[in-house]
Design a protein around this ligand. Structure first.
Ligand code: ATP
Ligand code: SKM
Ligand code: MG
Length: 181
């Protein structure tokens, strides 16, 4: 599989809590790739948590940082990249994402809500109605997530290993022809 991919990066997109970080790590291990999480890079580079950044520079400031990180990451090869849930919102990000293969992890709102109910690290869920917020974010973003090369549906009973295996099996069907120089 690794040789079939020829170093092409895998970008995992999808709602917060769907498993991009968890599955991204597994895929990297399986492929002998490096692993990058854009949220973690932003936190490490700024020395601030995502919550702190949202409070200090707002969502717009955070999105700018996210695009900066993505533009730098996509210069490298042999990476699996877990992105922030809102990376699909900025049009310029798609130019970077399309350098690699884009995998959309898609789970029902109920599943995501159950996973993140105790988690306070997602600023957009600090809402009086977090489930309603998740529902409206997913509705707003579905047309954007749909632009991925691969759509993987995640169910409650799927283990991270099951999902990683399914992604690896589906990749040969969606590989793009590589431009030779
Ligand atoms: N298939 C799975 N089955 C059970 N739990 C899972 C699965 N995938 C992820 N989790 C758990 O769900 C939580 C969220 O997963 P993770 O952090 O990987 O999501 P994410 O998509 O990276 O979220 P974010 O966009 O907010 O960074 C974690 O506690 C993780 O351990
Ligand atoms: O869905 C979102 O907009 C976000 C998801 C997280 O990964 C973080 O990038 C941040 O909490 C915003
Ligand atoms: Mg993550």
């Amino acid at each position: 599989m690794s040789s079939l991919l020829q170093g092409v990066n895998l970008y995992l997109i999808g709602m917060m809590g769907v498993g991009k970080t968890t599955i991204g790590r597994l895929l990297a291990k399986e492929l002998g790739y490096g692993f990058v999480d854009t949220d973690d890079v932003i936190s490490q580079a700024t020395g601030k948590s995502i919550n702190q950044l949202f409070a200090e520079v707002g969502e717009a400031g955070f999105r700018k940082l996210e695009s900066d990180v993505l533009s730098q990451v996509c210069a490298f090869t042999k990476l699996t990249i877990a992105t922030g849930g809102g990376i699909v919102l900025r049009r310029e990000n798609w130019g970077y994402l399309h350098h690699g293969l884009i995998v959309w992890l898609d789970a029902p709102v109920e599943l995501i809500y159950n996973r993140l109910a105790e988690d306070t690290t997602r600023p957009l869920l600090q809402d009086v109605d977090p489930k309603g917020k998740l529902r409206s974010l997913l509705e707003q973003r579905t047309p954007l997530y749909s632009q991925a090369d691969l759509h993987i549906t995640v169910q409650e009973a799927d283990t991270p290993e099951d999902i990683a295996k399914r992604i690896l099996e589906a990749i040969p069907n969606v590989l793009k022809p590589q431009v030779s120089h």
